[in-house]
Design a protein around this ligand. Sequence first.
Ligand code: FAD
Ligand code: SF4
Ligand code: SF4
Length: 393
Amino acid sequence: MSVKIINDKCKGCTKCLQECPFDAITMQEKLAVIGPKCTSCGKCVDVCPFKAIENITEEKKGAVDVTLYHDVWVFAEQRDGKLMNVSVELLGEGKKLAGEIGCKLCAILCGDNTNELVTELYEYGADKVYYANAPELKNYNTDAYTKVIYEAILKYKPEIVLLGATHIGRDLGPCLAVQCGTGLTADCTKLDIDPEDKKLMQTRPAFGGNLMATILCPAHRPQMSTVRPGVMEKPVKKPGAKGELIELKPVYKDGDIRQKVLEIVKGLTEQVSLTDAKIIVSGGAGLGGPDGFKVIKQLADRLGGVVGSSRAAVDAGWIDHSHQVGQTGTTVKPTVYFACGISGAIQHLAGMQNSGYIVAINKNENAPIFEVADYGIVGDLYKVIPALLEVLG
Ligand code: FAD
Ligand code: SF4
Ligand code: SF4
């Protein structure tokens, strides 16, 4: 619902302006005007003595017939012809949601000669693949991808569209949501289907992670979410699985694509792939300074792992943000996670507590990190890590 002033009826009495709890109404040329602070609470509708304010229902605002929308779609994000892990995770989650709704799981893939990925998508559980194969789609491009996926959404009407909360997903998701006139819940950590009405319940941290908010998109379609990498379980690959292929044939006119990718240069920081790492050795404020990361790197190198960090170390300028694990960093799920000189704040735990084994090294035996650790070593990391390195040889 939202509200609207009927200018012909407004007498400029200012009663609504005085009653609005959000200071959302101003007077302009003796007429009430509703501004962006309006929360649609509806109070002004009741207080206007001249019935000059009306509720606009969702139907009037262009809400859709939700019964026309079917199936769960996953955006199959590829880079250099390689499927991103988060898309595989979303296929696993999408299969579960589709099962609960009783519909099909579909993947939508954009690329240039990435045909072998279609088979991979079937093997990860897609019943159907919508495939746009064109030179313009080789690398991610906002306009090119938005156009073809938006047109497919209009034609095939999915009820749910899931994207990874990667840089690409975070760009594409909002563009599609605006085009479709629907909502988008960003950075979800949990997805469920309401058993009563089969709507998607999208849960994400809110207020600095202090509470979890579950968000619904009741009247518009598709229901759209981005999901953080590393949160959902990867499905088991079923070699030889088959599905239905629907080829999309994008046609681009002059002016449709406003961005041009000239060259892709991988930054040094991009080479830290925390999401895919099997072993992560992270350092925190307990390192005492940037040089502390030398010993962290020694251990990571020795174990074939990568270096992670807490936000405190990033904020201190000791290491780049791309290494940060946690709520405002990367969510990781390695086989082994070493937390060295990290206290275990809730925002850090949010990004690593699903790791296979957690090894904590901390000189404070009461540090909260020990509550989630499988192995805890109470001691000075500058003594413990060299001792570990010596044992490892
Ligand atoms: P501290 O809490 O200062 O802990 C240092 C630890 O090192 C202590 O436990 C100490 O006992 C130990 N120690 C000291 N010296 C040694 C030694 N020589 N040997 C062994 N142990 C030693 N944090 C994140 O990590 N990731 C996030 O994504 C993140 N997002 C946030 C989002 C919001 C909205 C907010 C409000 C906070 C966020 N934080 C995040 C910050 C978080 O709340 C903590 O402040 C941060 O994780 C603390 O980092 P730390 O454990 O390295 O430092
Ligand atoms: Fe106009 Fe009604 Fe507001 Fe008075 S209360 S200013 S008549 S909209
Ligand atoms: Fe103010 Fe509520 Fe009216 Fe919006 S609907 S203008 S917030 S009283």
